[in-house]
Design a protein around this ligand. Sequence first.
Ligand code: ZN
Length: 595
Amino acid sequence: MQSTAAAVAYFFMLISFYIDIGQDMSPKYYFPMFLPIVVGFILSQSARSRLFFRRDNLPNLITAVGWCVTFPILYTWTYERPWFMSLICYDAIVGTAIFLMLSNVGVLLTAIKCPRLSAALMSASNFFCLAIPFIQAVYYCMTWHCLSPESLMALYMTNWRESIDFLQATFGFFLLPIVGVIVFLLSKAYNVHREFFSEFEGDWRQRLIALIVVIGSVATLADYLPQTSIAELWKDVTTYAAQLQEYKTDYDQRFDELTIDRSSTLASKARGTVIVVIGESASRDYMKAFNPSFEYDDTPWLSARTPDEGFLIYRNAYACWSQTVPVLQRALTEQSQYNDKEFFNSISIVDVAKKSGYHTYWFSNQGRYGEFDSATTLVAKTADESRWTDDAYDFSNKYDVELLNDLERVDGRENNFIVLHLIGSHIYYNNRYPKDFKRWVTADGTGMALATEAYANTILYTDYVLSRVFDYAREHLNLQAMIYFSDHGENLRISHNPDVFSFDMVRIPMWIYLSAEYRKVLPSRAETLLKNRGRYFTNDMMYDTVSGILNAASNKYDAGQDFSSTEYNFDRATLTTMLGRYRLTDDPDGAAEEF
Ligand SMILES: [Zn+2]
């Protein structure tokens, strides 16, 4: 009787909790759970020959409740609206099944008659089962946002070194206390389990009942765990990664089908080199040349270029997302926010350059990831020559100036298309520049890893690297055009996490240089690019824009997305960012568009 009452109490407390956080608890979702839960509880309590709600079962109860409530409540707090009940009931089922399983595994472990080992095994099981809710809770505490597909993707796509950087950046000084709390809780759980194993011996009849419940709960978990919200999110992320692999599959056929009229391309009209530099985490809000009210003069070289003929600075450029890989897979290929093309069916700027007669190079000072190549790396590897400064599958700790060594190996008499991928201003800022560039420091000289002063130093250093690339290419590589844009921006307090979006994360710097010869052979392109200086642009249209600058219109080219074309047909009112989530007119700091 008492054990039935305990089961019913558990069930109704759970349902009340969901109703309390605003969930629609329609009976069709929770009623089918009722009977199996009550039966499971009655069996388990007879296996343990005691009630469930006792101190010796507390670690298992906490583990269960962790699963039942973490995702629903964090989702509700984040979005202030209910999640799907059909998915929340899976969290409830999984949490309860874990509770039943652990409680009965405890009974089975009495068979080995070693309280210490049994208690250790039980604590380890609690830790293992709680790991996922715990990660969600800690992530929430640090960002005030629940784990989303985007944040999981970032965790999934990043290499281990970057993950450690990410953890340090997110948790900072909290990392040690968090580990301390885990150790403390584990030792508490161990003591509680030990008490249970010291006083409870169990007989074969109890173990038999426990075995039945364990088998039932494991079968339930196998069925329902993959259907929980967090598991579904993880599946989305891994499916996406597999799609990236698809990019490779039909690559040769895609490339063969790309047709370009080579008689009118830039390569055929003016021999020389075109360079595309992809910046990292540079926000024009914190760059003097773009924002004169920024307190540090961190772009002396770029500011001095402003009056140069053929040097065009764009003050209204935006990223299409706030993280590297989703941005670059669009910037580099046909895929954009405005078409429904898929990355893995798309032609890239490297393909277009190759087909229009360039020797193609990709030099990167970023990591190149591991087993699942990121979109960037997939494109990079299609270049005739690709090289990473740090040749390990790892995150680069080298300074961007290293890329100059690669430039020196390029033959200046050829037609060259070179992509340089900088590490730029990626956190930690103080790791991104040599000490000669430590021009600004915080008042007391500490906390430089994430300080505005250090960020300004990274921009100052990028300004220097760009000047070196520009000067070298003009002197030795017959530079015809150079394009610089950042993948996304940065918020100096919270970096560039899409879960806590602000517009400085997508307000990016962009400039284009066109040589005198370029302006002579393709005057209409040069004129249009000059005229568009006050217009709005998002960097997912970079593929068509680079195609335009190369004058390499193809069967895979959209003039409407080409900033160098008179047919460019977007403006501030029609452009979006964060993959369509925001309009650029939502940016409170956006300037009036000049046509
Ligand atoms: Zn980035």
